[in-house]
Design a binder for this molecule. Structure first.
Ligand SMILES: Nc1ncnc2c1ncn2[C@@H]1O[C@H](COP(=O)(O)OP(=O)(O)OP(=O)(O)O)[C@@H](O)[C@H]1O
Length: 157
């Protein structure tokens, strides 16, 4: 039931034949395989046989796991909880081992990146004035002893 790299039930992208500016790939599901041809039903409901020379690629998974979630409130005052000692305290500690802290999230992401060699993403979300910029700075500050600036990339959206 397999053809080349694709199996019945796989979700794929079918690349457009023409290279016009706004042509985009269309999603499809593999219904059957015969030799190196595959029969697909695309997202418009059309069924067709695709020859092996037709450019297709596997659809990446649309789901992912999220790691830890921290809920923080803006204290609107300087608290003595963002010191170098606190950074050290949260280093290489499991989430939950110590009280919830932004440094635990930063350290956890860094540790996962090192351990599994995978990119990590920290999503900082909240209303205006919630403390997103401060939280970002705190995480970067906590990584500073470990990383040089060329390793850091942040995006504000
Ligand atoms: N952990 C914190 N401790 C002390 N003050 C904080 C903390 N987090 C935020 N603040 C203060 O609250 C104010 C707003 O924070 P910040 O700029 O980080 O919010 P924001 O979510 O990025 O806002 P916006 O979406 O409008 O850019 C700043 O003056 C900042 O100093």
């Amino acid at each position: 039931m397999a053809t080349g790299l694709f199996f019945e039930g796989d979700y794929i992208w079918i690349e457009p034949v023409t290279g016009r500016q706004f042509d985009v790939a269309i999603g499809a599901r593999v219904l059957a395989a015969e030799g190196r041809r595959i029969r697909v039903r695309d997202d418009d409901g059309q069924e067709q046989w695709l020859p092996p020379e037709r450019r297709i690629k596997a659809m990446h998974a649309t789901s992912t796991y999220t790691g830890s979630i921290l809920v923080a409130v803006n204290p609107y005052q300087i608290l003595p909880i963002y010191t170098a000692d606190q950074i050290k305290l949260y280093k290489e500690r499991k989430i939950g081992e110590l009280p919830p802290h932004i440094f635990a999230i930063g350290d956890n992401a860094y540790a996962h990146m090192r351990r599994y060699g995978q990119d990590q993403c920290i999503v900082i979300s909240g209303e205006s004035g919630a403390g997103k910029t401060e939280s970002t700075k705190l995480i970067l500050q906590s990584w500073k002893p470990t990383l040089s600036s060329k390793h850091l990339e942040t995006r504000k959206q």
